[in-house]
Design a protein around this ligand. Structure first.
Ligand SMILES: NC(=O)c1ccc[n+]([C@@H]2O[C@H](COP(=O)([O-])OP(=O)(O)OC[C@H]3O[C@@H](n4cnc5c(N)ncnc54)[C@H](O)[C@@H]3O)[C@@H](O)[C@H]2O)c1
Length: 368
């Protein structure tokens, strides 16, 4: 989905941290935003920041370009009322971010309470409210017959155990599997995806043992998390996708294609196979790196950059996947990067930028 001024988003937990960053990022694209949170002061602050950004896109609209709805997402009915307020104000819903979340500070196996204020509440906020938010948002989107995207904020702790907080990790694992199981909603125009960042510097993350954060390579930049969410929103092929972001390896989808092959059942009635893997031992990567010319120059280093690109699978019929190994830089590379091999004026050549670099390469066919 391409984000355009005039679209609208509802963000739970929008008053702080990741939710706040997403509210502002949406406003920078001219989207109307409903900030849903129980923290009134922070929520109102974010709302006015969103309105300020939105002034670059919209004149006097008659309605505010952002509204705040005070809501405890764990209270049945309150969340539905927040969505209703959004639809009343903006007439529809393009994007929903279920982001409100909390840690559970008492280890559940030491907890002697009934859990109302501890583990049961954490499950209600982190998991039950995400299910409810997804349910309500998808019903609104379907009823309007317009495509919509829902991003549930999971966590890397939903992909591997976090011994310090079994309830948190359990709820996030639930969010991951719940979201992945919603891939079929795409048929009805609603794409639901889950974002699983490792540590990001927010109020919540400050309570975490910093040694653990350090062991993972430190905090992610908030920008990386926002970029991840935007990738899931923009990429129309992603439904039920789980995007994992770590400091060590950047963005990667989990499970990988290789892992999925271990459990996915092929129950399609069609006998047609799109791609036959005749070399089952070959592992295709999720991402690859390529050298791209971004500036016309004889100085190859200044002319180029390394881009990380997602490999689009399956490979189209009659095509081959070719692995390119760069073996050095020679005169042809330098002439190519300076635009000498193209006919036309300097302006026409510059219009081709950016383009893939490389002459002095070894090609190996990896997959047919
Ligand atoms: N910070 C991290 O390292 C990290 C990593 C992975 C995932 N996450 C997830 O990102 C999400 C946002 O966390 P954050 O790090 O930005 O934390 P944060 O504490 O800065 O923001 C959480 C927001 O949720 C709101 N909130 C909490 N309970 C609520 C409730 N019952 N009703 C309404 N609002 C409520 C809070 O008021 C706050 O504004 C959470 O779901 C969290 O689990 C965080």
């Amino acid at each position: 989905m391409e984000l355009k001024p005039g679209m609208s988003a509802l963000v739970t937990g929008g008053a702080s941290g990741i939710g706040k960053a997403l509210c502002i990022a949406f406003a920078q694209k001219g989207l109307f935003v409903t900030v849903v949170d129980f923290s009134e002061q922070n929520g109102r602050e974010v709302t006015s920041l969103v309105q300020k950004e939105n002034r670059k896109f919209h004149g006097d609209l008659g309605v505010p370009s952002a509204i705040f709805v005070k809501c405890d997402v764990s209270i049945e009915g309150d969340l539905a009322a927040a969505f209703a307020k959004h639809v009343d104000t903006y007439g529809g819903l393009d994007i929903c971010i279920n982001c409100a979340g909390i840690a559970n500070k008492t280890l559940v196996y030491y907890d002697t309470s009934d859990g109302t204020r501890t583990w049961r509440h954490a499950i209600n906020v982190n998991f039950v409210a995400v299910i409810d938010g997804t349910r309500i948002a998808s019903q609104i989107m379907r009823s309007r017959k317009k495509p919509g995207v829902i991003i549930n904020i999971g966590s890397a702790a939903g992909l591997y155990p976090m011994f310090a907080d079994p309830i948190y990790t359990g709820t996030k694992g639930g969010v991951v599997m719940f979201t992945r199981s919603l891939a079929p909603l795409k048929r009805h125009g609603v794409r639901v995806n889950v974002l699983c960042p490792e540590f990001v510097q927010t109020n919540m993350a400050e309570q975490i043992n910093q040694k653990i954060v350090h062991a993972t390579g430190g905090f992610l930049k908030m920008e990386e998390v926002v970029n991840g969410a935007f990738e899931l929103i923009k990429d129309e092929s992603k439904a039920g996708a789980c995007l994992w972001i770590t400091k060590r390896r950047g963005m990667e989808y989990w499970p990988s294609a290789e892992e999925q092959r271990k459990y996915l059942l092929n129950y399609t009635k069609s006998k047609r196979t799109v791609t036959k893997n005749v070399f089952p031992s070959i592992q295709t990567p999720e991402f690859y790196e390529k050298i791209v010319v971004h500036t016309l120059s004889h100085n190859f280093r200044n002319a180029t950059r390394l881009d990380r690109v997602r490999l689009r699978l399956p490979i189209e019929p009659q095509s081959a996947l070719v692995k390119i190994i760069y073996a050095g830089v020679n005169a042809s590379d330098v002439n190519f990067s300076s635009g000498r091999y193209f006919s036309g004026s300097a302006k026409e050549t510059a219009a081709r930028l950016p383009f893939d670099a490389g002459f002095e390469v070894i090609h190996s066919i990896t997959c047919l």
